[in-house]
Design a protein around this ligand. Structure first.
Ligand code: NAD
Length: 451
């Protein structure tokens, strides 16, 4: 695959201006929607092969999610893409000001393996909507999904417009050496740094969707039964391989015991008492990640729940580790697996101060019935986004921006925010030639006084 040629042909295609036509963009979003529906069984199979994800979870978190993004985008695109007339200052008398919504050109979407369909196709929806040409580089760790998406895209789009290039880090590096116009990267913090450094060489605009340690804070006045269910769901769906999964639990010491009993019950209700034998329990993506997670379990004599694993099947039980402190091995990096460390607090101020010692998280979950406490946490910790009394669902609506802050990412997407992520806003003043206001010229006497 000649990357140079692909980029150069996409640039020529973009310059023909066909992708700027709104009806063209809508037709292609419809084509994509129809192809996803046709390919649904293949996508489900491919995700099953790569991650052992159940059909239910695949529909909920990958296919259904993307189809609703496409529907929302088609419905609103004509309005989003319209040039926007804005006010003009007195100084610019006689002129009109307009924001034109311009596609960047050739955009590169690099995606990870944990939601291998959604995290590649959801940005694609924004990139098509904004009128770009697109190169997609899926993760090498989910090869069945990458191949399936490659086939689907090849079947519906001219590669001069949209194409998939499979491969590893070297392939993304090779594409970034070409004069692309924009990068949308989803992945880990260390690789995010590399991508940003590469983009800095050419000052290529970019969006970074990264990760980090997202806390769940449970106050003593929380509805514990619901908290337990929603925490267990958010943590263990996809075997904890979710960028916004609650990474660690910070619970008021007065309610910890009761909450943990309820969480144990929820785990059994969702996955049975032998999750390793549950056919619908998602696996860890590969040996490297399995070994990384197994290391976090080493040296632990007793687990509050779980702790068993099967390397051959790449499966680790939903595991709760109680009695953890801030120096515990699980608190060093993002866990990205089905292991939940539990820390306690009895003073919310101090708990929040501890959370702020760690890099700004991608998400944060507050469980409390007390509005003042909710507001206090919300305003005290800088983080990407999150929920009050739930987990993960803030990313399931096209009405909210989804993204991190600082080390957890920059820029946001979903719904209109995806359109914006792939759009340059060109501000233009159109000046009249019917008259001229001379106050700005040096020859105008007492010009500034006129203002
Ligand atoms: P990763 O950073 O290892 O890889 C992501 C992509 O980057 C892959 O396509 C990979 O081939 C490519 N890549 C890897 N090294 C590269 C390099 N040196 N140069 C150029 N490209 C390179 O991430 P991963 O392990 O696939 O995914 C897990 C991480 O992604 C976690 O940290 C998770 O939190 C994060 N994540 C974030 C979001 C989000 O929306 N913010 C979503 C999912 C995952």
């Amino acid at each position: 695959m000649d990357v140079k040629q692909i980029v150069s042909e996409q640039k020529k295609f973009f310059d023909q201006k066909g992708t700027r036509d709104i009806e063209y963009r809508i037709r292609n979003l419809e084509k994509l929607r129809d192809a996803i529906k046709r390919y649904e069984p293949d996508i489900v199979n491919a995700i099953k092969k790569d991650l052992n994800k159940s059909e239910f979870d695949t529909y909920l978190t990958e296919i259904g999610f993307v189809l609703s993004e496409i529907k929302h985008t088609i419905k609103h695109l004509r309005r989003w893409a319209k040039p926007e007339r804005v006010g003009t200052s007195k100084l610019l008398l006689g002129s009109k000001s307009t924001i034109y919504k311009e596609p960047y050109g050739v955009t590169l979407i690099i995606s990870p393996w944990n939601y291998p369909f959604q995290l590649l196709i959801s940005p694609l929806v924004g990139a098509i909507a904004a009128g770009n040409c697109i190169i997609m580089k899926p993760s090498e760790f989910t090869p069945h999904v990458s191949q399936c998406i490659g086939q689907m895209i090849e079947g519906i789009f001219d590669p001069h417009y949209i194409t998939v290039i499979e491969g590893d880090a070297e392939v993304s590096q090779a594409i970034m050496k070409e004069p692309i116009d924009h990068i949308f990267f989803t992945g880990s913090v260390p690789v995010g740094r590399i991508i940003m450094a590469e983009a800095a060489k050419t000052l290529t605009p970019l969006v970074l969707e990264l990760g980090g340690k997202s806390p769940a804070i449970v106050e003593c006045d929380a509805n514990l039964k619901l908290t337990a269910k929603r925490l267990v769901w958010g943590k263990f769906v996809n075997a904890g391989q979710t960028c916004v999964a609650p990474d660690y639990l910070l619970v008021h010491e007065r309610v910890k015991d009761e909450l943990l009993v309820l969480m144990k019950e929820a785990i059994i209700e969702f996955y049975g008492d032998k999750p390793l034998e549950n056919e619908n329990y998602t696996h860890i993506v590969n040996e490297r990640h399995f070994d990384r997670l197994a290391k976090l379990l080493e040296g632990e004599n007793e687990f509050y729940w779980g702790g068993d694993k099967n390397r051959e099947a790449l499966s680790i039980e939903p595991t709760i580790i109680d009695g953890v402190d801030w120096k515990h091995i699980t608190m060093e990096d993002e866990i990205f697996g089905p292991i939940l460390p539990v820390l306690t607090f009895n003073d919310l101020d101090k708990a929040v101060a501890e959370v702020k010692q760690l890099p700004k998280p991608l998400a944060l979950y507050i469980f409390s019935e007390d509005r003042r406490k909710q507001q206090f946490i919300l305003e005290s910790v800088p983080y990407g986004g999150g929920c009050i009394n739930d987990t993960l669902i803030h990313l399931a609506t096209p009405h909210l921006p989804f993204g991190g802050i600082g080390p957890s990412g920059m820029g946001a997407y979903h719904g209109k925010f995806s359109f914006d992520a792939f759009t340059h806003q060109k501000g233009i003043v159109k000046q009249t030639t019917r008259f001229d206001v001379p106050v700005r010229y040096p020859s105008f006497k007492d010009g500034l006084k006129w203002l």
